[in-house]
Design a protein. Structure first.
Length: 176
């Protein structure tokens, strides 16, 4: 039962995140850079906290071992398959939740993304959420309405939205 609750909570987080991304995209289109991302940032912090809590619960569930008396081979085989399915489901949801719990970037300075990419060696280490956060924080901190920066932020958000469509579809399929 706990696993189904975690599935539903994860789906709700993904859905709420998609709504937040659409709100920010709408702000970018309407105001052309004159906006505040405080709602988005607040939600990201809440989402990170919730996702980390769910990962902790999943790890505990993964380590729980149920001792089964061998009634017969068929029951034992069915229980083994159910354990494997449960383990795979837990692993998938852990990956999704770790993705959702990406660090919330803080607008320190305009070089933060560059220094982070240089330190890590390549952009593959920055997930789509972090990339969108950096683009929005850069745009917000500079208070700029430069078309290129707005377009870059919109592209990051569109990319993020596409990833969340895939995640949403996958979590729906896993929970049924």
């Amino acid at each position: 039962m706990r696993f189904l609750d975690i599935c539903e909570t994860t789906r709700e987080l993904v859905s709420q995140f998609k709504e937040n991304v659409k709100d920010v995209q709408s702000l970018l289109r309407r105001r052309k850079g004159d906006f505040s991302i405080t709602n988005y940032t607040s939600f990201r912090k809440k989402m990170k906290k919730d996702a980390k809590n769910l990962v902790t619960i999943l790890k505990k569930m993964d380590h729980e071992v149920v001792d089964v008396m061998e009634v017969d081979q068929l029951v034992s085989a069915v229980i083994g398959v159910l354990r494997e399915v449960s383990t795979m489901g837990i692993s998938v949801f852990q990956m999704v939740l770790v993705f959702l719990s990406a660090p919330v970037s803080k607008p320190i300075n305009k070089w933060s993304l560059v220094s982070r990419l240089v330190n890590k060696g390549d952009q593959d280490n920055v997930n789509e959420i972090e990339s969108a956060d950096f683009a929005l924080n850069s745009l917000f901190k500079c208070g700029s309405s430069e078309v290129e920066k707005i377009q870059f932020a919109q592209n990051r958000l569109e990319n993020l939205e596409a990833h969340f469509e895939c995640i949403d579809f996958s979590t729906i399929n896993l929970s049924y």
